[in-house]
Each structure stands twice: as C-alpha cells, then as structure tokens.
Design a protein around this ligand. Structure first.
Ligand SMILES: [Zn+2]
Length: 290
C-alpha cells in the first residue's frame, strides 16, 4: 500500500486548524496520510478537536503521524534532557489522543560527546521514555528521523542502531536529509536500494518516508526546496517501492507541502500506468501492479 500526504495543514486550506487540515487532505486532495506538526514549543489541542481528528481519520482511512517540537536534545545537559522528555511525552499523549501511529523526533546533537557516546546516551534516554509511555498505556511508536547536518545525531546507521536497541522506535527515512548529508549521494536507483538494504535487519512491515527537495553545502542541509527544484530524483524510489510492493507512507516536507504531495502522487500514478499500459491509474489501487 502507498499512502501519501504532507507535513502539516495544506497551504491552500483556508481553515488553519489541524481539524480543517485533515478534512481538506481527504476531501479536496484525496490523499490518505498527514503528519500533524506539534513543532513549536508545547502545542495544545482541545479534546474536541482531538476527538474529531481521531474519528475522522478512522472513518476515512487517513493515517496520522505527528512531528514533535524540532528542538530536542536527548544527549544534552540534564536540563535539555528534562525539556526533551517533557516535550516528547506531552506530544505522545496528544498524538495518542488523535490516533496517530508515530511521533517523529529529531533525537539530538553530538555536542562534546563523540559519536559513539552520543549513541549510547540517546539509547539510554529513549529506553526511559518508552518505559514511561508504556506505563501510561500510550501505544505509539517513536520515529527517529535521519538528519541532514554533520553535527546532528542521525545518520542512517545511527538511527538503525537505536531502533535495534529500543523497542517501540522506528526509523523515519528522510531521503533529502540523507542526500544532503552525503553531499548529493542519492542519484540513482542503486543509491536508494542501498538504503532499503541497510534497513533490512529491522524487518519493517511499513516505512515512514519523508520527501522534499533540498539545498545543501559540504554535507549539510541548508534548506528545503520544492521537489522539482532539488537535485534528488524521486522516480527511482517510486520504482523500488512498486517493484517490492513496499508498504509505505510518503510525506511531503517540501515548502510546497500538498502541491508536492500531489506531485508525488502523480509520479506514482505515472509509474503505475507505465506498468499496466493503461491511460489511468489510482495510487490507492495497486492490484494490477503487483
Ligand atoms: Zn523532522
């Protein structure tokens, strides 16, 4: 199954609440996923809105993920770690209320620690957090994003290592971040295939994938670009997904949000048509492809 959506309330949606955003994603865009953004400080959502979102998503088969506040540091000083716990647990509670599958986080920075020590600290702190969530009966996966800057914890290998050690965590593969960190490393099919190969030991049944164009310099992400303006191709990725019948959710994190989500959808449908030889395709129907 292929799910497609965008990170946040669509730009073209007049209403600016998450409730408006999910309804618009379904009704106006006919997309079936959304990553709701709790990214600025501690976000507050009313119970009424949370209930609407949960029920709406269930009735209309929309998959929800949540993005926790950007600034977290599970390898920082005790104050930063405390702040990170609070933000993650608070976001996880709200994410749970709206029926989200995953809460996406940026785990932290190397700071003064070396890479290995940072890895150990992050594993230790994430174990504590997942234990707290378990006690609170919050069944949600913590998604660890691959990060696009050299000084930020989160190469693909590091993220996988954490996921191997902490139950209830999954990788969130941000291709643009991997591309930027590798100074433009994702060029062709084999480059994307290598990523899925590396992920294999985790035996994932579903992949949460972030897509955007990206501008980078010396192995560091500068900022996101519309997909078409970036130099990372998405067609090889789509081919791999269809060839392997991967169960994926593709989230557009481009500055064009839903416009690029729809662009991704069109590329998927073009790839389906190429396979079936028909002049029509629908991304939700892969019956003739696999
Ligand atoms: Zn992120």
């Amino acid at each position: 199954m292929i799910r497609i959506g965008q990170a946040g309330i669509p730009l073209s949606c007049k209403g600016r609440t998450n409730k408006d955003g999910i309804a618009y994603t379904h009704k106006n865009l006919d997309l079936n996923a959304i990553e709701i953004q709790f990214v600025r400080g501690l976000y507050v959502m009313s119970d009424e809105e949370a209930q609407f979102i949960r029920e709406y998503a269930q009735e209309n088969d929309i998959e929800i993920h949540v993005h926790a506040p950007y600034y977290l540091n599970l390898a920082g000083d005790s104050e930063e770690i405390e702040m990170s716990y609070e933000k993650i647990i608070r976001s996880a509670q709200m994410a749970n209320n709206i029926g989200a599958k995953t809460i996406v986080i940026h785990p932290g920075f190397y700071g003064e620690h070396g890479e290995k020590k940072t890895l150990k600290i992050i594993i230790k702190n994430l174990k504590k957090i997942t234990n707290i969530l378990k006690k609170e009966k919050i069944k949600i996966k913590i998604g660890l994003e691959t990060m696009g800057k050299q000084k930020v914890f989160g190469t693909l290998d590091e993220i996988i290592e954490v996921c191997r050690n902490v139950k209830e965590t999954i990788p969130v593969v941000d291709f643009a971040h991997i591309h930027a960190r590798g100074n433009g490393s994702l060029k062709e099919r084999a480059d994307f295939e290598a990523i899925f190969e590396t992920l294999k030991p985790l035996k994932l049944k579903h992949y949460l994938l972030h897509l955007t164009g990206v501008l980078y310099e010396k192995g560091n992400e500068l900022y996101h670009l519309p997909i078409k303006r970036g130099d990372m191709p998405i067609a090889p990725l789509i081919e791999i997904i269809l060839d392997n019948n991967y169960n994926v959710t593709l989230i557009s994190e481009s500055p064009l949000l839903e416009h690029d989500a729809v662009y991704i959808r069109l590329q998927v449908e073009k790839a389906i048509m190429k396979r079936t030889g028909k002049e029509e395709a629908y991304y939700k129907d892969l019956s003739e492809v696999t």
